[in-house]
Design a protein around this ligand. Structure first.
Ligand SMILES: [Zn+2]
Length: 370
């Protein structure tokens, strides 16, 4: 059985280290107060984010094809393709939640090489394309401009939505939570955080901050770096060709089902779920003004104060991406692999003191460490 630290007690330094730079109680409509470093510029020009038109066009097409996939799902799709699509979707989501988020971004547990390899394959099935990748793709026409150095260019440029790039963006999101430097910042509403933040270029300052994120732990992980290097090839084979080819080749389903359901609809679902990880705090209670709190202490942790919990104590493996706690398929997945010895050192906190601390932090607007 895995080393299951149910009563893991964080030190004050640990809590401070995990604390986002934006005050956890800062209201979204307050002027952002980014924390500056001497080397990072701060003019409005450096924080301005323009639309990434390749991203906009890409996501418009994906939405149209994916929505049409819903019609095909109920009219031209066999049951086995539905099951196949469901499994690929589930694996892709687990790759982002159990892998990129809880394992690699927050180190909430440790995993053997076998589990890390499995999660790396799953994360590739999420097929995320970062806005940087679409910008590069649009500017450089990387695939069309396939000259003699094409493979070298792709290796160097096309990291796309690899674990490494996902984690770097998510760490910046935590570090600059609720400031203009947060890549998923929105001073308006959920739609801006979920959609518009994902189709804008990063500001010059965000690019600088992103380059400064400490990624040394992932750089020491051979599986992560292997995926980063060959992401473009794995993306084409595992994410594009396999889901389209399998229904046609192995059980003779229609071309429509393969393209619009197994690929487009699945892509649309996984992408939106993955985006939701960074914008979920808008849905599951940003602050007391958005959602009424409950006097039940369990509900404090599981629902109303979830953003305060995850953004202050992100190392708890049971803290679900979508406002749940201790339940959900990702937590079950980690526990199953812990039971067979593939996941170890699961970190969590169950003390009443933390729950009381959360309540006080929210009521007083002061950080939990105080
Ligand atoms: Zn997180």
């Amino acid at each position: 059985m895995a080393d299951h630290n149910e009563n893991f007690a964080p030190s004050a330094e640990h809590l401070k280290a995990q604390q986002p730079s934006g005050d956890g109680a800062t209201k979204p409509d307050q002027p952002p107060q980014p924390t500056e470093t001497a080397s990072v510029s701060s003019s409005s020009r450096d924080t301005k984010r323009e639309a990434s038109w390749p991203s906009v066009l890409f996501y418009i097409h994906l939405n149209i094809l994916g929505v049409y996939g819903i019609f095909v799902l109920f009219s031209h799709t066999s049951l086995i393709t539905c099951v196949f699509t469901f499994l690929l979707t589930l694996f892709g989501i687990l790759g982002v939640t159990a892998g990129a988020h809880r394992l690699w971004a927050h180190r909430t547990y440790e995993a053997t090489a076998l589990l890390r390899f499995t999660l790396m394959i799953f994360q590739t099935l999420a097929g995320q394309v970062t806005r940087n990748a679409t910008e590069r793709f649009g500017k450089r026409s990387a695939l069309l401009d396939c000259s003699k150095s094409c493979l070298q260019k792709l290796n160097r440029k096309a990291h796309w939505g690899s674990i490494y790039d996902w984690v770097r963006m998510h760490r910046l999101h935590h570090e600059k939570f609720r400031t203009v430097d947060d890549p998923y910042y929105s001073d308006k509403d959920f739609m801006h955080a979920q959609v518009f933040a994902n189709i804008r270029k990063l500001s010059p300052r965000q690019e600088q901050l992103l380059a400064a994120v400490d990624m040394s732990d992932l750089e020491a992980d051979g599986i992560v770096m292997f995926q980063r290097r060959f992401y473009w090839a794995m993306y084409l084979v595992l994410f594009v060709l396999l889901p389209i080819n399998a229904p046609l080749e192995y059980w003779g389903d229609t071309v429509q089902a393969a393209i619009f359901v197994a690929f487009s609809l699945r892509y649309l679902i996984v992408l939106n779920v993955a985006w939701l990880i960074n914008s979920a705090h808008f849905v599951w209670g940003l602050d007391k003004n958005h959602k009424q709190s409950d006097s039940n202490m369990v509900f404090v942790v599981t629902k109303s104060y979830w953003p305060q919990y995850h953004y202050l104590l992100p190392f708890d493996y049971q803290s679900g991406e979508f406002g749940n706690y201790g339940s959900g398929c990702t937590t079950a997945f980690i526990r199953i692999f812990a039971a067979i010895g593939q996941a170890t050192k699961l970190q969590t906190i169950t003390t009443e003191a933390v729950k009381r601390g959360l309540t006080m932090a929210v009521d007083s607007g002061r950080p939990i460490v105080e």
